[in-house]
Design a protein around this ligand. Sequence first.
Ligand code: ACO
Length: 321
Amino acid sequence: MSEVFARIAGTGSYLPARCVTNDELSKTVDTSDEWIFSRTGIRERHYAADNESASDLALIACQRAMKAARVDANDIDLIIVATSTPDMVFPSTACILQDKLGVKEAIAFDVQAVCAGFVYGLATAEKFIRTGAAKCTLVVGTEVFSRIMNWQDRTTCVLFGDGAGAVVLKASTEPGILSTHLHADGSYRQALCAPGTVENGKIRGSPMLTMEGGAVYKFAVKAFEDVAWEALHANGLQPDAIDWFICHQANQRIIMHAAKRLAMPDDKVVITVDRHGNTSAASIPLALDVSVREGKIKPGQIVLMAALGGGFAWGAAIAKW
Ligand code: ACO
């Protein structure tokens, strides 16, 4: 029997209609376009409407990815949703999305790896496909981080945005996902968290995002570099074999710092954080979809993805387009 590979067959994304620039944000938060842009590269971000949930954003991103991949609801046999801002405590956002998509009986579950969620989801779906347990999967990162922002904390609330990005991953006789590499270190869980929980009908602790920005920055740059080398070595590749470096879009300074350590030229580094802010699990599939639709990523090219988020959880994937 010939080997089964997993290939990205289509991408899609969705940004909520409301776009808020740094100047607009500085009317309600004690900040400025100059501070935000010089520290992070962010110019604007999108916020979901009150009646839009993570599954609503995911629905449109998935429909666009399915159209691009030329598959319909009957073809999908696995849905993995990466989110830290689910519609509800349970059931999973993936089950809600499955129903909204009109997909019947596909396996559906969420993964929780914060900003690394999409890479975790991709790695999981790839293993389902390679073992023959699934043939046509949806992997979607979707977030409404605006709901967990502390608007009194200017060090965090200016950084994040809402959005969704999705890929259709299909079984193929040709290699697509070349390898995936996942890591976690829970001893850093306080550095980036939303520690609140529900207890006896009340919220216990703060449900808002808190972050030790400097610690995250330092850890992220090293983790991106290390995990990228791990992925390159696993495939016998050098950085010059990579056509596009898609790093989690948290902060342009972190991305360029990591790219420099990998000797990755600037023109191979995808930047969407300027337009999207940090959309957590949605950031890599959003950047993928933008790059595909802008005609940057072309068939046969090699894409290196690297992500890190709360936990810390981090990982990388190399895909042949
Ligand atoms: N507007 C204006 N001033 C601000 C703002 C703001 N939004 N936020 C903080 N400041 C002020 C601070 O109060 C401080 O003032 P002070 O010197 O008078 O006390 C000053 O700016 C400098 O603050 P620092 O925190 O030292 O700023 P720094 O240059 O380190 O940048 C930042 C902060 C951008 C958060 C940086 O630490 C960073 O990028 N960290 C990575 C965090 C990140 O991207 N996390 C995303 C999730 S993790 C991930 O996805 C990888």
